[in-house]
Design a protein around this ligand. Structure first.
Ligand SMILES: *[C@@H]1O[C@H](CO)[C@@H](O)[C@H](O)[C@H]1NC(C)=O
Length: 348
């Protein structure tokens, strides 16, 4: 009798043990070791970069996987995003099809791309050109296609933490300027951003908005860096950080029924301006640097016009007087030069 009772008890214990082992095994089987997350940095390329600049993206571009970008795990530390990015995590993006008013400048796209490659090589950034004619943006103005290009830049560079979107009609004048140290580092942002500064919607005297940039902000919240000219923010030279906020605002800007599909004189630039004027949340995440930080113009006083040592010059509005080619060649001949040419306080 007793032998009978022992045998089933043993087999029950055995069965329970085996089941437990399987449960434990399957519960954790698919898990990635914790070290993987601890050591994960956006510097790891998870799949090779593949850009096909010839093939159109059919259908409405938001359906493209390009819009899925994940926040790097490295940003989940206690400092969050308040850290200086590695050079290899910075992408310099030229989103262009080489057309528009820029075609007045001979061979402009090839020339600036080669020049940006040299700048990237010097610092260790990634140079990227995306052919904007591939994006399906409906009937919207062509400059809207810069926005899906930003999303694709994040997608094809899984390690990119910051994307610098620069128009084709911009020349990097001072290649010694480091994006990570001088523009993107927490200290640079903390010191450099304009606090309690009016956000413009046309000239301030004619149209006081009474909307200001925050007096105080958290560096780790700043996901977009932009500049403002005498009338409005300008998207010709803008930095985007890979965050959920960035993805959200790119989606909002290209909302077809509310913004992209409507007639806006300033296209994507008006969209971001509108969102900044309307929403405190957006103002908390979009930092405004003084214009000459990375978007000096040819014309303008000491706040606006290019001066020696400025990172870049933008030929915004050059088509108005048919000046694109002249201005471009003048500045092209001076890029990287150290002699005094346009000193601060100099007349223009
Ligand atoms: C840019 O994309 C368009 C549309 O897909 C294509 O027709 C054109 O050839 C591309 N341009 C270049 C230089 O690859």
């Amino acid at each position: 009798m007793q032998g009978f009772q022992v045998a089933p008890r043993r087999s029950i214990i055995l069965a329970v043990s085996i089941i437990t082992i399987f449960v434990v095994l399957f519960r954790f089987y698919g898990d990635v070791p914790v070290d993987y997350y601890r050591n994960y940095g956006p510097g790891e390329t998870l799949f090779p970069i593949q850009v096909d600049n010839t093939r159109p993206q059919p259908g409405y571009f938001k359906a493209q996987p390009e819009w899925n970008f994940n926040v790097p795990a490295s940003s989940k530390g206690w400092k969050g995003y308040a850290k200086t990015p590695k050079a290899s995590d910075i992408v310099v993006l030229t989103a262009s099809d080489g057309g528009g008013h820029n075609s007045a400048i001979p061979n402009v796209l090839d020339r600036v791309l080669k020049d940006r490659q040299e700048y990237c090589d010097k610092h260790g950034y990634t140079n990227l050109w995306l052919n904007t004619s591939r994006y399906d943006i409906g009937d919207a103005h062509r400059t809207w296609s810069k926005i899906p290009a930003v999303a694709e830049a994040f997608s094809v560079n899984p390690n990119a933490e910051w994307v610098w979107l620069i128009d084709t009609d911009i020349i990097i004048m001072t290649p010694d300027v480091s994006l990570s140290r001088d523009v993107l580092a927490p200290e640079a942002i903390k010191r450099g951003l304009m606090r309690h500064t009016p956000i413009l919607d046309g000239q301030l005297k004619k149209n006081p908005t009474n909307i200001f940039t925050p007096q105080d902000f958290r560096v780790e919240d700043i996901d977009i860096l932009i500049t403002q000219d005498h009338q409005s923010v300008n998207t010709g030279s803008t930095f985007f950080r890979r965050t959920a906020f960035t993805r959200w605002i790119l989606e909002m800007m290209t909302d077809y029924t509310m913004l992209m599909g409507k007639e806006h004189v300033g296209a994507e630039q008006d969209a971001i301006k509108h969102l900044m004027l309307e929403h405190q949340l957006v103002r908390d995440h979009v930092g405004i640097y003084p214009q000459r930080k990375f978007n000096a113009y040819v014309q303008g006083g000491d706040n606006m016009g290019y001066r020696d040592g400025d990172l870049a010059v933008h030929f915004a509005g050059c088509w108005v007087g048919g000046k694109c080619a002249t201005w471009f060649e003048e500045y092209w001949g001076k890029k990287g030069k150290k002699e005094t040419w346009r000193p601060v306080g100099g007349s223009h």
